[in-house]
Write a protein that binds this ligand. Structure first.
Ligand SMILES: Cc1ncc(COP(=O)(O)O)c(C=O)c1O
Length: 405
């Protein structure tokens, strides 16, 4: 099947969209923040939605076996992961799924482990259920580059962010029973390795922890990178884990409100017996069928989109290397979010706020991802190349001003 080309409308048309990306800030702000794509959705999904609307088929959500069946096919094709359709259930969105899982598995006051810097909504979900986030931060390392043995190496070092297994075990030992894992990890674009996930599963099994694996970014691996579903790594993972995911991030359908929960063991089914049935009925009918279409027929669109994203990622890297050479930036392994350390630019206490007011460009501020990340910004590069160039120019402009002070 040939790849489908990515379709991008002119910025004036994008500005007429009604979503948060285009409405949260004034029209003169360049929006590089929320995780929505500027690309047109897959034609097959468009047809499904038009068909439902044309037939006024907009009632309540009844049984949708298509979702489990098509996800099982998608998981097998993309990750060789065997999923039984009956183990898949619908939820309103990944946020609702995670909140309901936390509620079903624990009580207000419980501690939930996260790995900062991490997707800001994780903190809100935990707060919503009256629980407390505890942190085992990712380890940030420089890999490659000149070493003691080879001080004259021309190889450039790259930044890698990875799970800190010792810190995770320490938290489990201290009694944390719930772990919200971001796999792949937003905002750093890291796909945790099979070995890391196996180790997490062993620890979770040993200490009786429930691992909620948020895999919403999973289908967007760049060439040469491998996504590993948590539940697929071992029996321990199946006994300790529940996956929450959706087609919404990959296929740009966030407004349609539909996600899935995957449980592959009786142990977890028992732990989550209190999950409300109503989650199914609270899922959008359009969202559920659009998701099934994405999982069944979305591969050609996804391939084309990944080629476009690879070009965007390359452009972003080149722009940063040329205009912001001191900024620490690493290529994300998946998706369309990049994590930039602006410390070297001296943009004050809150670089994202400064860039919004002075340059009219919106990033997700680093501090939303955890304390201590104020000097970072998250940028969404699923957009027009001109927007990427403009966003980097705007940072460079403030950097030049700061340097003149
Ligand atoms: C890791 C992660 N989980 C969940 C979401 C949001 O999912 P939903 O809109 O289904 O709640 C996002 C959105 O960017 C995300 O990055």
């Amino acid at each position: 099947m040939p790849n489908l080309p990515t379709v991008l409308r002119p910025i004036e048309e994008l500005r007429e969209r009604h979503s948060s990306k285009w409405r949260r800030f004034n029209r003169d702000v360049l929006p590089m923040h929320v995780a929505e794509m500027d690309y047109e959705i897959a034609p097959g999904i468009k047809s499904v939605l038009i068909d439902f609307v044309t037939r006024s088929d907009l009632g309540y959500t009844g049984p949708v076996p298509e979702v489990g069946e098509t996800f099982a096919g998608f998981a097998k094709r993309h990750w060789s992961w065997t999923v039984e359709p009956k183990d898949v259930r619908l939820a309103t969105d990944v946020g609702v799924a995670a909140v309901e899982i936390l509620r079903a598995a624990g009580n207000a006051g419980d501690k939930v482990l996260v790995n900062a810097p991490v997707y800001s909504a994780f903190y809100h979900w935990i707060e919503e259920v009256g629980m407390e986030a505890v942190n085992a931060p990712l380890i940030r390392e420089s890999v490659g580059g000149p070493t003691e043995e080879e001080p004259d190496s021309f190889e450039k070092s790259v930044t890698v962010w990875r799970l800190d297994l010792a810190a995770i075990e320490k938290a489990f030992k201290a009694g944390v029973k719930l772990y919200l894992l971001c796999n792949p990890h937003n905002p750093v674009g890291r796909m945790h390795t099979r070995a890391e996930l196996e180790a997490v599963a062993q620890l979770a099994d040993k200490y009786g922890v429930l691992v909620i694996s948020d895999e919403i970014h999973a289908p967007m691996a760049f060439p040469g990178e491998t996504f590993t579903p948590y539940l697929d790594v071992s029996d321990e993972a199946k006994r300790t884990g529940v996956t929450v995911t959706a087609a919404s991030k990959t296929f740009n359908l966030a407004g349609l409100k539909a996600s899935i929960i995957v449980i592959q063991s009786d142990e977890v089914r028992v732990k989550l017996a209190k999950l409300p049935e109503a989650m199914h009925w609270r899922t959008s009918l359009l969202g559920a069928f659009a998701m099934a279409e994405a999982f069944e027929n979305g591969d050609a669109w996804l391939k084309g989109t990944m080629m476009t994203l690879a070009d965007s990622r390359k452009l972003l890297a080149a722009e940063i290397a040329e205009k912001l050479p001191t900024v620490d930036f690493h290529l994300p392994e998946n998706g369309y979010l990049a994590w930039l350390d602006l410390t070297s630019l001296n943009l004050g206490d809150k670089p994202a706020a400064l860039l919004l007011t002075k340059e009219k460009v919106a990033f997700v501020p680093g501090e939303d991802h955890g304390k201590g990340y104020e000097q970072f910004v998250r940028i969404n590069f699923a957009c027009r190349p001109a927007s990427i160039r403009a966003a980097i120019d705007k940072i460079a402009n403030q950097a030049a001003k700061a340097a003149r002070k």
